[in-house]
Design a protein. Structure first.
Length: 619
């Protein structure tokens, strides 16, 4: 049984992973899976409606799961359909995240009025929307680095309300619940209306009522075009680029000149009527017709949208986080009982989680057409992937579960960081012009990120050494020597990649900005990382530190890496600043203080360490 346990654990975990892969089943008779794969253009990228629904939910309420006031859990696509086609119902949904009491006071609300004490509906906010707008305009004049938590929450809420209102105006005007009927009336009256407008322009007798009706329609369509969030109407020419896509409002304005309503606008209006009326048969027919038409004209983009929607539903990174937790527990227990059996079980679980993360990264690369690291979110995923890969190599050589413990912790923590970064919205954003280079993204960015991952891994291996030495009796001389070899080897690896990545970044900067080095904060952070890793190696080679000194320096490397990776991005200056993040700042400060505390504990006198057999080697 003990020999078969690793195999059984791996099989059960693999079956759990496979269970997440099938497409979601049809809910309540509506084919939401096919609907979620339909494409729309947002922020310069064709995305499936499923992605738009999920990122919008994250932006509004900080999570993808949504529960109605009646306690019904809605799929993201269901939630989005209600916003498009049943705005009076969506206005009662509590999906606006507010966790600042001063902002609640602005709306005369209490925490008890919201879902979970922090999520509120548009109906609750609507009476004081004008107050919010005035406050946000005042905050816009305050420098970002000087804004208080109240200021930041006001701006965030203003942006969330704007996003919600733009979603409502995307496919139809919320003031026109029976949009299909109005569009059909427009199509019937369009020839006479166009003739009346042209006669008026020529100074000829005309129907004034028809002219006024056309003006009202044009005004409503212009409002939809201005506020609409999705560019959902494809061009008539199959070979046209993305710039030829239109909002439904723009398509209606074009119809006023062309004399014919766009067929896609009509189809979306019919889809809305079917959704409002609960007609699943008509809804499914329209959605599948949509899908077939898109498949004929835009096969490649639609295939990517389908894979992206399936990727969203499978959530491979979340599944990997769960596997990392189980692997960590098995690896820790292996130090107490059944070391070979539980150690092998943890190792194979890590292999599975690593393979799943690799598949997730590869899928994102195929969807984006980019190397694995393009923004902070993808860098966090890749840092963890690098560390886990190195840990698997260490575990193959040493077979002592140390690599498994480190891989589980680093893999879980980096994916957790990535999850919180995803709350800002879409994680597969278009690149800015200066960064739009697959060659440099695949060389400089990947190389420097591998250096981050390796330096973090060295620091976390050092933490394992310190925790085992101070708080347990498991750090014998052999374990201490093994951990020392691990940390030393990883620091050598990190130094090489950090140095090469920094040099490559300088060459890229020379090509982009005409200078190799400009003392930009991000450049300084990369240089400090190289210098710190070099300092660790020279201190070791020169005999200035032994085991404990090496571990302390490696832990400080965590602070240096976090500052280079995240800290310089939040300074608000330089060419590499990605913007200040209030929550990230406090987490960064907390992480730094925790590493300082670990260094302080490790610097305690030798007699304070509990592992007496390792005392001679720790000085």
């Amino acid at each position: 049984m003990k020999r078969r346990l690793p195999f059984l654990v791996l099989v059960l975990a693999a079956l759990g992973v496979v269970a997440t892969l099938p497409a979601p089943k049809i809910v309540s008779g509506f084919d939401l899976a096919t609907y979620g794969r339909l494409p729309a253009l947002v922020d310069g990228r064709l995305k499936p409606l499923d992605t738009i629904a999920r990122t919008s939910l994250l932006a509004l309420q900080g999570r993808q799961r949504f529960v109605t006031p009646e306690g019904h859990t809605l799929a993201p696509s269901e939630w989005l359909l209600d916003i498009f086609y049943a705005p009076e119902k969506a206005d009662t949904y509590r999906h606006f995240l507010i966790d600042n009491q001063e902002v609640l006071d602005l709306f005369t609300l209490r925490a008890s009025d919201g879902d979970g004490g922090k999520r509120f509906s548009f109906v609750q906010l609507q009476p004081a929307i004008s107050k919010l707008d005035r406050q946000a305009k005042l905050v816009d004049e305050v420098e970002e680095t000087r804004r208080t938590p109240f200021h930041r929450q006001v701006v965030q809420l203003r942006d969330r309300v704007m996003l919600y209102q733009r979603l409502k105006y995307t496919l139809q005007s919320p003031e026109t619940p029976h949009f299909l009927g109005e569009v059909l009336k427009l199509e019937t009256a369009l020839p006479a209306g166009i003739a009346a407008v042209r006669a008026r322009q020529l100074g000829q007798p005309h129907d004034s009522a028809a002219v006024l009706a056309m003006a009202a329609i044009a005004q409503g369509a212009a409002l939809m075009d201005q506020l609409g969030y999705l560019i959902a109407i494809p061009p008539a020419d199959d070979n046209a680029d993305l710039n030829a896509w239109k909002t439904p409002g723009r398509a209606l304005l074009v119809s006023l000149d062309a004399g014919q309503i766009d067929a896609t606008v009509l189809a979306y209006a019919a889809l809305g009527q079917a959704w409002r009326g609960g007609d699943s048969v008509a809804f499914n027919q329209i959605v599948r017709l949509f899908h077939r038409q898109f498949e004929k004209r835009f096969a490649a983009p639609l295939a990517k949208c389908g894979i992206e929607a399936r990727f969203n539903a499978a959530q491979p990174f979340y599944t990997s986080m769960v596997i990392y937790v189980v692997a960590l527990l098995l690896a820790l227990v292996s130090w107490l009982r059944w070391p070979e059996t539980l150690g092998r079980s943890a190792f194979w679980l890590l292999v599975l989680a690593f393979a799943l993360t690799t598949a997730g990264i590869a899928t994102r690369m195929w969807i984006e057409g980019r190397p694995p690291v393009t923004n902070l979110y993808s860098s966090s995923v890749f840092v963890g992937w690098t560390a886990v890969a190195l840990c698997l190599v260490l575990e193959m050589f040493f077979k002592n579960a140390i690599g498994s413990v480190a891989a589980s912790i680093v893999g879980f923590c980096t994916l957790l960081i990535a999850h919180h970064l995803s709350l800002n919205g879409d994680t597969m954003v278009m690149m800015s012009a200066v960064l739009d280079s697959n060659f440099w993204l695949a060389t400089h960015v990947v190389t420097i990120t591998i250096g981050y991952g390796a330096t973090f891994l060295a620091g976390f291996l050092a933490i394992i050494y310190i925790v085992r030495g101070v708080f347990t009796r498991s750090l014998d001389e052999d374990s201490a020597a093994t951990l020392t070899r691990m940390v030393y080897g990883i620091v050598c690896f990190a130094t090489l990649f950090s140095f090469v990545g920094t040099v490559l970044g300088g060459i890229w900067a020379d090509q982009s900005w005409g200078r190799f080095w400009g003392w930009d904060p991000k450049e300084n952070g990369a240089l400090i990382l190289v210098l710190w890793n070099s300092l660790i190696l020279h201190a070791r080679w020169g005999g200035l530190v032994r085991q404990r000194g090496l571990m302390n320096l490696a832990v400080v490397g965590n602070i240096v890496t976090a500052g280079s990776w995240f800290g310089v991005n939040m300074l608000g200056v330089g060419l590499h600043s990605y913007g200040f993040m209030d929550s990230a700042f406090y987490w960064l400060v907390g992480f730094t203080l925790s590493q300082v505390a670990i260094v302080f504990i490790a610097a305690l006198p030798v007699e304070k360490w509990r592992s007496s057999r390792a005392l001679a080697a720790t000085v």
